[in-house]
Design a protein around this ligand. Structure first.
Ligand code: ATP
Length: 493
């Protein structure tokens, strides 16, 4: 399995992810997406929006503000309940989430071996003395305080006065922006149940123990859908909300697989009764096999009518839907697939990463889905000393850039240039060579053909320059490489 260190290092080296405020020592809980990272992240969001909003007749979008009325968070239950249990070490003062403390290796000074120091795998007892962890896992010495509830919301002040009345919070989830706009969207778009409202945006959580790269951050991005259904409707003899919940669980997993995740790296986790959030009737997490172990990639909750009812109670406004058939006002139930952009980014990177051996040399390749790849086409000149080759390559980059993210690179020999593009997941390279442009001194005309190289197979074909838009139109669409390649002569590798 790909290790986190390998991905962290690739991300930094190749401009995907940098530590936030690195020149000041970094924050450890926030990350900046570099030139290639922002492309990958935008692509994830773009395909998500296309697949779940644009292509569906039962979905609309929204972009609500991050700062909201303070009452929103009282109504939603976040002020009271959006907490994690926290414990502190009395010696080293480190802070841990009480429910995750046995998920990290622990330091132990073993009494059965004259106090020798051991690092013991998470959750396991000491092999020598048999005890399980009770002290601080970091220093191995300090007693831990009893758990206290810690609210994860970032508090801030709205307006120029710092007084209690002006207190509000940075949103810890995008969902509430959808609930408070339920009636606005319903009325303006004349929607009929079932329908969904989707939103992509930042959320903020003052996590007790951020870490594992972008897996747990304090500033995160979510892609959320609130899918409203009529709880009185039945599908195959079951309440509609339960049926839609199962459908969303299946659709969400299929989405990750469609963009490259190995189905064997995904599994479902049903929340037990004691784990359910205060609003939830049933929650299922999709877990991904991260290097830190099976961990939550996204969650799909049946939030019932809890949020709409709460906001109606706190605001005094009716948030109901009129069921024309039954002639009754109802409060819809809502199923919420909540995708995390950062965790999706990490999972796609991990699953795409391969180290291969090609002709005795190591090749690192990111087999990213073509729609996710940050750069779609790299245009490379075979010889940078020949002005006609360079000019033709620049021209091609300009032409193709109107439709796809393209780069030009002439800073190394061709083999090296190919490896660089492989390492960042560029699905296609186009190479311009002497034959393309000809040789005026020798009186040789160019053939106006270029080489296209495919990342995964490393196969190369020779194609007319004039056909490039048509060829890439097919390749970036649904046509597979072998079908396109079959129509053209192979070029030498
Ligand atoms: P966890 O149990 O890992 O703290 P959660 O159950 O609190 O996560 P949800 O409230 O269900 O998470 O949030 C929905 C999704 O938002 C998560 O599945 C994840 O993809 C993303 N997410 C939540 N918190 C973070 C975070 N701190 N960093 C990165 N992504 C996050």
């Amino acid at each position: 399995m790909t290790s986190m260190d390998v991905i962290v290092s690739l991300c930094k080296r190749r401009g995907f992810v940098f530590q936030s405020s690195e020149i000041y020592g970094g924050t450890g809980s926030c990350w900046d997406f570099g030139p290639l990272g922002v492309e990958l992240k935008n692509n994830i969001k773009r395909v998500w929006w296309r697949d779940f909003v644009q292509e569906r007749a039962d979905m609309v979008g929204l972009d609500a503000s991050i700062l909201m009325h303070a009452s929103v968070w009282k109504a939603s239950g976040h002020v009271e309940q959006f907490t994690d249990p926290m414990v502190d070490c009395r010696e080293c003062k480190h802070r841990f989430r009480a429910d995750q403390i046995d998920e990290v290796p622990w330091l132990h000074f073993c009494p059965a071996t004259k106090g020798n120091k051991f690092t013991i795998p998470a959750g396991e007892p000491c092999k020598h003395c048999g005890v399980t962890r009770t002290l601080c896992p970091d220093c191995g010495k300090g007693e831990l305080t009893p758990p206290r509830q810690f609210n994860l919301m970032f508090k801030t002040f709205m307006g120029p006065v710092e007084e209690d009345a002006a207190v509000t919070y940075l949103r810890p989830e995008t969902a509430q922006g959808i609930f408070v706009n339920f009636d606005n969207v319903l009325q303006s778009m004349r929607l009929k149940l079932p329908f969904g409202i989707a939103q992509i945006g930042k959320a903020f959580r003052n996590e007790i123990t951020p870490g594992n790269f972008i897996f747990r951050v304090r500033e995160l991005e979510q892609m959320e859908i609130e899918f409203f259904v009529n709880p009185h409707d039945q599908v195959d003899g079951r309440p509609a909300d339960e049926d839609w919940h199962d459908r969303w669980i299946a659709d969400a997993q299929a989405w990750y697989v469609r963009y490259g995740l190995d189905p064997a790296h995904l599994k479902l986790k049903e929340h037990g009764k004691d784990e359910l959030s205060h609003y939830s009737k049933r929650t299922v997490d999709v877990l991904y096999h991260f290097p830190i172990g099976w961990s939550e990639l996204m969650g799909i909750a049946n939030r019932t009518d809890y949020d709409l009812k709460q906001h109606s109670k706190f605001s005094g406004k009716s948030l109901t839907y009129f069921d024309e058939e039954r002639k009754e006002h109802i409060v819809p139930f809502v199923v919420e697939p909540s995708f995390g952009v950062d965790r999706a980014f990490l999972a796609f990177m991990l699953d795409a990463y391969r180290e291969e051996e090609v002709r005795g040399e190591k090749r690192v390749v990111l087999r990213l889905h073509r729609e996710l790849a940050p750069i779609k086409i790299a245009v490379l000149p075979l010889l940078k000393k020949r002005p006609e080759i360079v000019a033709t390559a620049h021209g091609l980059r300009g032409r193709l850039s109107r439709q796809w993210r393209c780069v030009y690179d002439d800073t190394a020999a061709i083999g090296r240039l190919y490896r660089r593009q492989d390492e960042v997941g560029t699905p296609y390279c186009v190479t311009v060579d002497v034959k393309t442009v000809g040789d005026r001194e020798k009186g040789e005309a160019g053939d106006q053909m270029v080489t296209i190289r495919e990342r995964d197979s490393m196969e190369q074909i020779r194609v007319p320059m004039a056909d490039l838009e048509a060829i890439f139109g097919r390749l970036m669409g649904e046509t597979a490489w072998p079908e396109v390649a079959a129509a053209y002569p192979r070029a030498e590798g």
